[in-house]
Design a protein around this ligand. Structure first.
Ligand SMILES: [Mg+2]
Length: 223
């Protein structure tokens, strides 16, 4: 019998993409730039390219932060200070908390039936602050973050800490709900939890994932 549900934060409860859009749009408007939606596409294509270079070891994270907005502004023909915007952008992003569709209804529904925990790869204070800002913190017994634990999903260390801290629940009596196959689903499945995948991009469900949903409200059909 399922007793507890562990829920990822970004891309599951909070709409990280919308937070990126809002931070960019408001930052440009505040700096007197006429924001157009296609500017976000330019940001994404440059940002994705830089992250690929980083993964290949061609770029350090520090260097990425130095050149990211400078490169975006050059491509857009905007005269703004890239490093200054980077500092603003990251600070704003770390405070933004735009809920995913159906997140409150789902939390309300689940909170009456199960013990709820948040489980996120991210800095602790930032994630707690964003949950507070979104009005979601009260639903959770505890917010587990890689920042506090010192290990990330999908590692067993992350989940071991969560279960030790939560007490009295076994992995097989719990569910991991999240949008990432590589961190939420892999980590939960390897630790012996049931898994529910929020498959927003309509990708193919791997066999080892227990359930998939296309929208958070569909959780009610499973739990
Ligand atoms: Mg996520």
């Amino acid at each position: 019998m399922i007793k507890a549900v562990f829920i990822d934060i970004d891309g599951t409860l909070l709409d990280f993409e919308a937070c990126v859009e809002e931070s960019m749009r408001l930052g440009l408007i505040e700096r007197g730039i006429d924001y157009k939606p296609e500017m976000l596409d330019t940001f994404h294509s440059i940002n994705d390219g830089l992250w690929r270079d980083l993964e290949k070891g061609k770029l350090t994270f520090e260097r990425l932060l130095e050149i990211r907005w400078k490169t975006v502004f050059e491509a857009l023909g905007i005269e703004l200070d890239g490093p200054e915007f980077e500092r603003y952008f990251r600070a704003r992003l770390h405070e933004s908390a735009i809920p995913m569709e159906g997140s409150y209804d789902t939390l309300k529904y689940l909170s009456g039936k199960y013990r709820l925990f948040a489980a996120s790869n991210g800095p602790h204070e930032q994630q707690v602050k964003r949950m507070e800002k979104a009005g979601m913190k009260e639903f959770f017994e505890e917010i587990f973050t890689s920042g506090k634990i010192g290990a990330e999903k999908p590692s067993a260390d992350f989940f071991e800490y969560c279960f030790n801290s939560a007490g009295e629940i076994k992995p097989e009596e719990s569910v991991m709900l999240g949008d990432s196959l590589t961190s939420d689903m892999r980590g939960g499945a390897d630790f012996g939890m049931e898994t529910i995948w929020l498959n927003l991009k309509n990708e193919e469900k791997p066999e080892w994932v227990d359930f998939e949903i296309k929208s958070l409200v569909e959780v009610k059909n499973i739990l």
